[in-house]
Design a protein around this ligand. Sequence first.
Ligand code: SAM
Ligand code: SF4
Length: 334
Amino acid sequence: MSLPIFHSTIDGFGRTVDYLRISVTDRCNERCLYCMPEGYKGWAQREDHLTANEIVRSVEAATRLGFRKFRVTGGEPLIRDDIIEILERIWKLPGTQTLGLSTNATLLSTLAPAIKQAGVRSLNVSLDALDPGLYHRITGGRLSNVLDGLCAAEAQDFEMIKLNCVLLRGLNESEFLPLIEFAATRRMPLRFIELMPLSKPDILSDPNFLAVEELLRRLDAEGSLTACDDFRPGNGPARYYEFHSPRLVLPAKLGFIGALTNRHFCEGCNKLRLTADGKLRPCLGRHGEIDLRLPLRSGGDVLSGFREAIANKPESHEFLETYEPGRPMTAIGG
Ligand code: SAM
Ligand code: SF4
C-alpha cells in the first residue's frame, strides 16, 4: 500500500530524517553506572508513559511523513508487559521498513522467539564486560542472564545482532579484547561507544573517558584494522573496521562511535527520538523537545509535532559546550 507523503523529511541541513527511536519506558532492571542516576525510580506517575496505542499512533504519524526505520528502546524495553504487542503493531504499519530493538538482553532468554515473531529484524545488545564481577559492578545485573539471552537470540536467526560496549577508562579496559573475541566467534558486530554526559554530569571526567582513537591505536598494535566504509548497518553513526589478530580465529567487525571526539559525528544524523513520556527530541545532546502527548491525548495534530521536530533539528550536539544532563538517558531513549 502506498502512503501519502505530507511533507519532506529533510531537515535544515540537508539531512534526510527517516529514523525514529522510541523509548517505551524510563525504567530498567539494571542500573548502569553511566546511565541510571543513583536512586532513580522513574516518573512517579505511570500515566506519564505513553500507552501502546499512543506509541503506535505516533509511529503511524511518522510513517505518513516518510519515516521508515524504527528502533524500540528505553530504559529496558523488555520490562514492559505489552512490549510484544507494541513491536507487532509497529511492524504491521504499512510504512515500516525496518524494526530494531535495543536491550540489555537480561530477559531475552524467554522473549527472543516472540520478539522475532513480532517482526523485529535486528537487536542491539549492551555488553560492557565478560567478567561476571565486573559486569555486575558496571550494570548491577547478572552476566549469565545476558549470555543466556544472547544464546536464545542467536537461535532465532535475526538479521543482525550487534553488541554495544561503552568505553570506561580504568573500568572495562581489560574486557575489550575478550569482548572482541566473543563477538568475532559469534559473527556479531561489536561497537565501542564513547562515554557521553547523558544522565549524570559527574560521569564524564578525564579519568573515566577513553576516546575511540586511543582504542584504535591500541588495536592497531595488537593486529590489523581495515576500514569497512561500505558497512553501515542502519546508516548509524559508527565507523566500522575489520580487525584481524593472531588471537582471533575469525576476523572481528568493530564499530567505533566517537560522539565526543569525531567532529563529523552529526553530519549524517538521520534520527528523532520519541521519549517514553511523549516528547519528540530532535537531538540527544540538546535539551529541546516537542510535546506529542498533549495532541495525542486531546485529538490534536500529531504530524505537525514531527514537522516541528525536523525543522528544529540542530546541526550538532553540544556535549562539548554547554550541555548539562537534564533527564536520564533511560527516559530519552538510547
Ligand atoms: N536498556 C537497553 C540497553 O542497555 O541496550 C536500551 C537502552 S540503553 C539507554 C541504549 C544504549 O545507550 C546502550 O548501548 C548503552 O550502553 C548506551 N548508553 C547509555 N548511557 C550512555 C552514556 N552515558 N554514554 C554512552 N552510551 C550510553
Ligand atoms: Fe538500563 Fe540500558 Fe541504561 Fe543499562 S544502559 S541502565 S541496561 S537502560
